[in-house]
Design a protein around this ligand. Structure first.
Ligand code: AMP
Ligand code: MG
Length: 443
């Protein structure tokens, strides 16, 4: 099935929304340049489609953190399995204490967590000492905290009124036996692993991690261990992107640097399309040696967008390639062409490619997460592009603020590392004042 962009989502040269005529003049009219929100939505839609038929494997619970659950976990018993005391104190009948009921209660026993009351049901005027987590005995309907009691000569006095059910979690209130407590597709973090353990699951079925090939391109690039000339650039993108891929639940497979020539780019496509996702960096701008799109096109690529109205990251490309198998029963490999500038590449990964890595890894919740913050300093606006600036996010008692980090643009990896997020400055806004509420893409 071929997914087609709605006509309204496609902007070509000359469309009024552009404004940035200079940069866009050079684009062929067939290019698909989307507004930021549209590009996000296109990726989200493909991510939902791509999320199927992942391989499943079994892992021990200790190795499950960061993986994605492939088969839902159901509760093996009710939680709690009994009416559970949530405080240390005394199991009582609420009607027996407080108000006019000032007489002392007779303490008839004591219960620890892990114990069941084996005596007769608790009667009127009686109390049973109880610890947090223990089963509330039959006949009692509330637990009074020890702080609200006094004990004299075996007689318990309760110094406040009690409601029925106070400090008690009723049996099965958290879950019924057999009910799904962890859905398929959820990311397994500490909280989920705690749930699995509470259901007695020492092993879980998880989705295989998606393989993500990383093809960096550029005549100027050298590998870290190679000697280099002044004008050359170290290939940092491979490493930063591999870290992002890993953090998104994928397995990064960096390929050798491709020079800006058709033959080497073709070789990377041939290798990379066998992965679940292929990331190119560099070679997608308007320069004379930006050949990535052309080469992808030769392999029958379908392009969903060839640019987005964002800065940095305007040249970002998203599409899919038929797998090597001629008749294409092997399906598609999705790809992104990320800009070569390191910060642009990282921002575009976070905005767009992360969603595909999540989805190909079986996650149901995919893509970037934004939080709201207030601007700590004013920022000029007036751009037709949605802009992203590196910020330091500070959470104080007064609220969350975002302070723009000074930087030299999207090649400035050092400033990028000083930031812990990127503020989103929407297109078409004249200026952003101090204290204004903005969205921040967290690192
Ligand atoms: P390009 O998008 O190919 O025009 O590259 C834009 C800028 O990003 C150039 O200054 C490149 O030197 C730089 N660049 C491209 N690829 C990488 C990479 N793998 N690591 C670090 N910088 C890169
Ligand atoms: Mg280049």
């Amino acid at each position: 099935m071929t997914w087609r962009l709605p006509r309204s989502a496609v902007y070509d040269r000359g469309t009024a929304v552009f404004g940035e005529e200079d940069a866009l003049q050079r684009l062929p009219t067939s290019d698909r340049i989307l507004r930021f929100e549209e590009a996000l939505a296109v990726v989200q839609r493909h991510a939902q489609t791509a999320r199927n038929a992942q391989q499943v494997e079994t892992v021990g619970l200790r190795n499950a953190a960061g993986r994605v659950l492939a088969r839902a976990v159901a509760a093996d018993r009710e939680q709690p399995p009994f009416d559970r005391a949530t405080r240390d104190g005394y199991a009582v009948r609420a009607a027996d204490v407080g108000g006019a009921a000032t007489a002392g209660l007779r303490v008839v026993g004591s219960l620890r967590a892990g114990e069941r009351w084996s005596g007769a049901p608790m009667g009127e005027g009686e109390a049973i000492e109880i610890m947090t987590g223990a089963a509330v005995p039959d006949g009692a309907d509330a637990v009074v905290m020890v702080e609200h009691t006094t004990l004299e000569d075996g007689w318990l006095r309760v110094t406040r009124e009690m409601r029925v059910g106070e400090n008690v979690v009723p049996r099965a209130a958290e879950t019924r036996a057999g009910a799904v407590v962890l859905p398929e597709g959820c990311l397994l973090e500490a909280a989920e692993i705690g749930v699995a353990a509470s259901c007695g699951r020492s092993q879980l079925e998880v989705f295989a991690r998606p393989r993500v090939a990383i093809a960096t391109t550029g005549d100027e690039l050298v590998e870290l261990n190679e000697p280099m000339e002044d004008a050359q650039i170290r290939n940092s993108n491979s490493y930063a992107l591999a870290a992002l891929v890993d953090a998104s639940g994928g397995v990064a497979e960096p390929l050798a640097i491709a020079r800006d020539c058709v033959e080497e780019l073709e070789a990377r496509v041939v290798e990379g399309r066998e992965a679940d996702l292929l990331l190119f960096t560099g070679g997608v701008s308007m320069g004379k040696y930006d050949l990535v799109e052309q080469v992808l096109g030769e392999f029958g690529a379908e392009f969903f967008f060839t640019g987005a109205l964002i800065q940095p990251g305007k040249p970002v490309v998203f599409g899919r390639l038929p797998k090597s198998n001629g008749l294409n029963p092997g399906g598609w490999t999705y790809f992104f062409g990320l800009p070569g500038n390191p910060v642009s590449a990282q921002i575009c990964f976070r905005l767009f490619a992360s969603a595909m890595v999540h989805a190909l890894g079986g996650r149901t919740a995919v893509g970037p997460r934004f939080v709201e913050a207030r601007l700590a300093v004013a920022v000029p606006g007036g751009s037709r592009l949605t802009r992203f600036l590196p910020v330091r996010v500070e959470g104080t008692w007064e609220g969350v603020t975002a302070r723009v980090v000074g930087w030299q643009g999207s090649g400035d990896v050092v400033a990028n590392a000083r930031a812990d997020g990127y503020v989103v400055l929407p297109a078409g806004v004249e200026a952003f004042a101090v204290g204004e509420t903005v969205r921040v893409l967290l690192r």
